[in-house]
Design a protein. Structure first.
Length: 150
């Protein structure tokens, strides 16, 4: 069974989806379905609201995400990037023990289903450029600036 709720943020509406075990999706959306929240979506909503207020740097909501073993390995590595810091795709590839998988890391990064919670926005190009972000480069720039200002 899936549960969902929405949260208005400075970057637009976010749709939160969860199972009984954990958060499964955090995406920016224009579509606002009727909510059917649970304790997981409530917890994620509180933590995300506090993140945008500058009061939360780390999330403790349980996750229940779908992906390949490689994607999940990349997402676990993304979760270790400290608040306010950035790294390159190459750094993540090296961290997971597969230094030649830079492009595959980029693809897995782009498939991250729980934006912000798993901080894929903290991954930038090797030259320091703000490379693609599934939710838009403008949002990525805002999130990085928000974290660096705290």
């Amino acid at each position: 069974m899936h549960f969902h709720d929405t949260l208005e943020t400075p970057l637009g509406q976010i749709l939160l989806a969860a199972t009984a075990q954990g958060l499964s999706s955090v995406v920016f959306t224009e579509r606002v379905p009727d909510g059917r929240p649970n304790t997981i979506t409530d917890r994620a909503k509180r933590q995300l609201r506090a993140y945008f207020d500058g009061d939360v740097r780390d999330f403790s909501v349980p996750l229940d995400v779908a992906g390949t073993a490689f994607q999940k390995q990349v997402w676990r590595a993304l979760a270790t990037i400290e608040y306010g810091r950035t790294c390159a795709y190459r750094d993540i590839a090296e961290q997971i023990g597969n230094p030649k998988a830079v492009r595959a890391v980029g693809l897995a990064n782009g498939k991250n289903p729980v934006a912000i919670i798993v901080p894929c926005h903290r991954v930038i190009g090797a030259d320091g450029s703000l490379t693609g972000y599934a939710s838009g480069v403008d949002r990525k720039a805002w999130l990085l600036k928000h974290e660096q200002a705290q």
